[in-house]
Design a protein around this ligand. Structure first.
Ligand SMILES: NC(=O)c1ccc[n+]([C@@H]2O[C@H](COP(=O)([O-])OP(=O)(O)OC[C@H]3O[C@@H](n4cnc5c(N)ncnc54)[C@H](O)[C@@H]3O)[C@@H](O)[C@H]2O)c1
Length: 236
């Protein structure tokens, strides 16, 4: 029992850049065969999580090529920012499609493969914004979708436990990725950091290292949990 992921096959969504890319790299470094999927054309595995048929086809292909599937990291996500009336109807539809329906699609496609394998670990990337329904970055609509991710994690943890499939979530504070970069002026960064007891923003690797732990057998009695990676932000 250790952090060794040799013999494990993983699917990471939204893995071309940012947090997802780091998670994919860390899982591979620990021995997993990693399928890094992204909606972007530059991705080795192009997959839009909102396209149910495409997700099912991609998962079937992974299972055939790699002999099974053990780890799913639901990382692909979109941000909505600003006051409640700044998010247009179409933007809300897309937010729900990526941040919630995308997880539904991936879970539904991957669980049968994990059942055949007799084990599985699902890791959902939520956000500290689940706690208060938005906050520093991410508005009420974004926070609402992430609260849905946390509820999904709890319920699936309960339902899939008897199948030896564990489901956990990671709730990061602000990470300086493309998602938020244009919002992170020096003043905004300073204001956010001042609210974080450990005195810095989150980094991609803070999330990736926890993802490796949650994917590995070292966390084999942990399920249904959402773990904040926030330098103490939610405790202030
Ligand atoms: N950056 C932050 O401050 C922060 C904080 C908390 C949580 N998160 C969460 O972490 C996750 C990763 O965020 P990030 O900061 O790395 O974002 P990012 O925008 O840098 O990267 C997201 C990736 O997801 C891909 N993607 C978007 N829609 C997709 C779709 N429909 N199908 C497949 N791929 C798709 C994008 O092409 C991109 O490569 C998200 O779920 C986000 O909500 C981010």
């Amino acid at each position: 029992m250790n952090l060794d992921l040799n013999g494990r096959v993983a699917l990471v969504t939204g893995a071309l850049r940012g947090v997802g890319a780091k998670i994919a790299a860390r899982l591979a470094e620990h021995g997993a065969v990693v399928h890094a999927a992204d909606i972007d054309d530059k991705a080795a595995l192009r997959m839009d999580v909102t396209d149910r048929a495409a997700v099912a086809a991609a998962v079937a292909k992974i299972e055939k090529e790699s002999g099974g599937l053990d780890i799913l990291v639901n990382n692909a996500g979109l941000l909505a920012n600003g006051p409640f009336d700044a998010t247009a109807g179409e933007a809300w539809d897309r937010l729900v499609a990526v941040n919630l329906t995308g997880l539904y699609n991936c879970v539904q496609a991957c669980v049968p493969a994990m059942r055949r394998r007799g084990r599985g670990a699902i890791i959902n990337i939520a956000s500290v914004s689940h706690e208060k329904g938005g906050g520093a970055f991410g508005n009420v609509w974004y926070g609402t979708t992430k609260a849905g991710v946390v509820a999904m994690t709890k319920g699936l943890g309960r339902e899939l436990g008897p199948l030896a499939i564990r489901v956990n979530a990671i709730a990061p504070a602000v990470v300086a990725t493309d998602m938020v970069r244009n919002l992170l002026t020096p003043e905004v960064r300073e204001r956010i950091v001042a609210r974080i007891p450990l005195g810095r923003l989150a980094e991609e690797d803070d999330v990736a290292r926890l993802a490796v732990f949650l994917a590995s057998d070292w966390s084999d009695f942990i399920t249904g949990e959402t773990i904040a990676v926030d330098g103490g932000f939610l405790r202030t």
